[in-house]
Design a protein around this ligand. Structure first.
Ligand SMILES: Cc1cc2nc3c(=O)[nH]c(=O)nc-3n(C[C@H](O)[C@H](O)[C@H](O)COP(=O)(O)O)c2cc1C
Length: 183
């Protein structure tokens, strides 16, 4: 992997067709399966949502939000329904932790998050772009069960994937001094 890819990775909030598909998408999932993983448990899974299913997911978001807050306006609910239409492909990254004598659940969640990041990097390597989103619906039982998650699983994120609209962001110079020390 080129260091330039890592140094310049950035999220794309505006995504259009085409979405990664076919061999490119398979390679992205294979790359994600190489996430660091204590115990080689692969405690994650991916759910793709595209086409009309995106509006079904939007409806699920709105139903869940209305259950959490009965005072939402029609406009707010419509915005939620439209949310998944912001990209041609969504990948729901799910942590599926198991009981393990040596690998606590939090480490399995870290591994699932690494798999999510690997998917974003792999998307860029394949010439696509994406953004990791969560929000209240990522932590909602109605959304989780609507997506078919078990009680032990959690949504790590909704990866919105597609082709970047417009040019890449300029990546800022970052001062490392608050993040790096020698012990
Ligand atoms: C766990 C997690 C959840 C996030 N949730 C959201 C979100 O709901 N909405 C959002 O706009 N950005 C969210 N982000 C941040 C974006 O994915 C992105 O990193 C941020 O906009 C900064 O852009 P950059 O990646 O180009 O630096 C989340 C990031 C992570 C790691």
């Amino acid at each position: 992997m080129s260091i330039d890819l890592l140094l310049n990775r950035n999220s794309a909030p505006m995504l259009i067709e085409p979405a990664p598909s076919g061999q490119a998408l398979q390679r992205m999932f294979q790359a994600a399966m190489r996430a660091p993983d204590h115990g080689n448990l692969k405690p994650w899974r991916f759910i793709t949502v595209e086409g009309e299913r995106r509006s079904d997911l939007g409806e699920l978001f709105a139903v869940a939000a209305a259950q959490r807050n009965g005072n939402l306006s029609t406009e707010q609910l419509e915005r939620l329904v439209a949310q998944p239409m912001r990209a041609p492909l969504l990948i729901v990254v799910v942590a599926s932790p198991v009981e393990h004598a040596k690998v606590p659940q939090i480490e399995q969640e870290y591994a699932a998050a690494c798999a999510a990041f690997a998917l974003l990097l792999a998307a860029e390597a394949e010439g696509f772009a994406g953004i990791w989103r969560t929000g209240d619906n990522a932590f909602d039982d109605t959304v989780a069960s609507g997506l078919g998650l078990t009680k032990d699983e959690q949504i790590v994120g909704f990866l919105y994937m597609g082709t970047r609209r417009g040019g890449p962001k300029t990546v800022p110079e970052i001062d490392l001094s608050n993040h790096l020390s020698a012990w």
